[in-house]
Design a binder for this molecule. Structure first.
Ligand SMILES: Cc1cc2nc3c(=O)[nH]c(=O)nc-3n(C[C@H](O)[C@H](O)[C@H](O)COP(=O)(O)OP(=O)(O)OC[C@H]3O[C@@H](n4cnc5c(N)ncnc54)[C@H](O)[C@@H]3O)c2cc1C
Length: 418
């Protein structure tokens, strides 16, 4: 027996491809192979159990700016099936969505189960077959351009078209490597920075809405050209160090550079972005006159710097903590300015961000035809999702890449893009 389409991986990209292919070609036999006992496990745990399914970013030119790897390649696909089309797809199937203040989009139920139910019901309705506990162990291209799919404990099966949507899977990358595809070494992305520093000790839970970060370690010229080593956004002090969307964004842009440094680097933080160091110094100088009789640590002069954080910066900069503004000497003023607008922290490792993490790396993008999400090297081999060297900053962008790739590959496998 030969299938028309076999999809390896019952995740976001695999489900989306299988459903859209089967809906376009009701005469096709479409099968999803899933190694686990259950499907859509990452959808289930995503977004803290709420599934941040996309971002309120309908314009492709803006959307692509959120992909440290894959932005150029995704431009065309996002015009074909981007965020508005994705929302439309889910809305038509009865999923209601909402936008949060930071642009992240969730089902109004606040339950990832809503998305899972939509995908599994749509697959069933379209006649997509599913085999659980079916780990694919090898793929063999056949002379007639069909594919043989092999398992450890099941008989091989054959398919005209194969789609690999196995997420970040070392064993599948090995198979694709053997078939001639180049695999960019996978490294983690979307992590928080481990930092032990007296200025932030005991301040977990303190956040600021907008900071600016740069990695100032000894990167060579090539790394400086290749990686974006600056970022901005919110910042959160945690038990282990620094987190928040700005930090996570930084971790994504610098994922490979930080891996090369074994996650030991120096981070420069401007807690008062977009104020510059000069502007901050000027403000402090004015306070020497305006608040001359007040003790420096008694009140934070900056709206975004909480009283506890201010006190900590003052303690770090001043020898006599009870000093009045009028008595602040030049050295202390400069140190305080530095703590606020140009503070350096030693990163010493990383921690997982529980809400979302992904892998940077995977199948090299130059070997993929992004009009079809098909291999340029081997006919009838399609790929989408995290298996490719595509990843995004946090905020729903990773799923968006999976929906977009899944939809386009589904159409191509159905013969709609021939
Ligand atoms: C904790 C967490 C939270 C996240 N939250 C969000 C979020 O809110 N928003 C967002 O945009 N992104 C989020 N992400 C990222 C997002 O989940 C992934 O980018 C997305 O799931 C990738 O989809 P995929 O289909 O490519 O891979 P996956 O979802 O990983 O699916 C791949 C499937 O293939 C199966 N498989 C692997 N190897 C084989 C094999 N040999 N044979 C058969 N089957 C195989 C796997 O078991 C798996 O089911 C989160 C990630 C994590 C870890």
């Amino acid at each position: 027996m030969i299938y028309d389409v076999i999809v390896i991986g019952g995740g976001a990209a695999g489900y989306f491809a299988a459903i859209n292919c089967a809906e376009a070609r009701p005469d096709f036999r479409v099968l999803i192979l899933e190694r686990g006992k259950d499907v859509l496990n990452k959808v289930r745990i995503s977004g803290g159990g709420r599934c941040n399914l996309t971002h309120n970013c309908p314009i492709p030119e803006e959307l692509i700016k959120n992909y440290p790897r894959g932005s150029r390649e995704l431009r065309g696909p996002f015009y074909e099936f981007g965020q508005p089309e994705t929302l439309d797809w889910f809305h038509k199937r009865g999923v209601k969505t909402k936008i949060e203040s930071d642009g992240r989009m969730f089902p109004t139920s606040d339950k990832s189960q809503t998305i899972m139910n939509c995908l599994t019901a749509s697959a069933e309705k379209a006649g997509v077959e599913l085999r659980l506990s079916s780990r694919v162990t090898d793929l063999e291209p056949q002379k007639d351009e069909s594919w043989k799919v092999l398992f450890a404990h099941q008989k091989p099966i054959f398919t005209k078209k194969i789609m690999v949507a196995a997420g970040s899977s070392n064993s599948i990358w090995k198979i694709l490597g053997k078939l001639g595809h180049k695999i960019i070494e996978p490294v983690p992305s979307l992590f928080t920075f481990n930092i032990k520093d007296p200025r932030i000790a005991g301040l977990m839970g303190t956040s600021i809405p907008e900071g600016h970060f740069s990695l100032v370690s000894n990167f060579d010229k090539k790394a400086r050209r290749k990686y974006q080593l600056e970022s901005n956004g919110s910042l959160l002090i945690t038990h282990w160090g620094l987190s928040g969307f700005g930090v996570l964004r930084m971790s994504a842009w610098a994922a490979r550079a930080l891996a090369d440094l074994n996650y030991k680097a120096t981070l420069q933080v401007n807690w008062l972005h977009p104020k510059t160091q000069i502007e901050v110094e000027e403000k402090l100088l004015n306070l020497k006159t305006d608040w001359s009789k007040k003790t420096v640590q008694s009140l934070s002069p900056f709206q975004n710097i909480t009283a506890r954080l201010w006190k900590s910066f003052v303690n770090h900069a001043l020898e006599n903590k009870e000093k009045n503004w009028a008595d602040l000497n030049k050295k202390e003023l400069q140190q305080l300015t530095k703590n606020l607008s140009n503070a350096t922290f030693k990163i010493n490792g990383k921690s997982t961000f529980k809400e979302e993490f992904v892998t940077a790396g995977g199948v090299a993008l130059k070997e993929i035809n992004f009009k079809r999400f098909e291999s340029k090297l081997l006919p009838n081999l399609f790929m989408a999702g995290e298996i490719l060297n595509i990843d995004a900053v946090t905020g729903g962008f990773n799923f968006q890449a999976a929906w977009t790739g899944g939809w386009i590959a589904g159409q191509a496998m159905a013969g709609n893009n021939d």
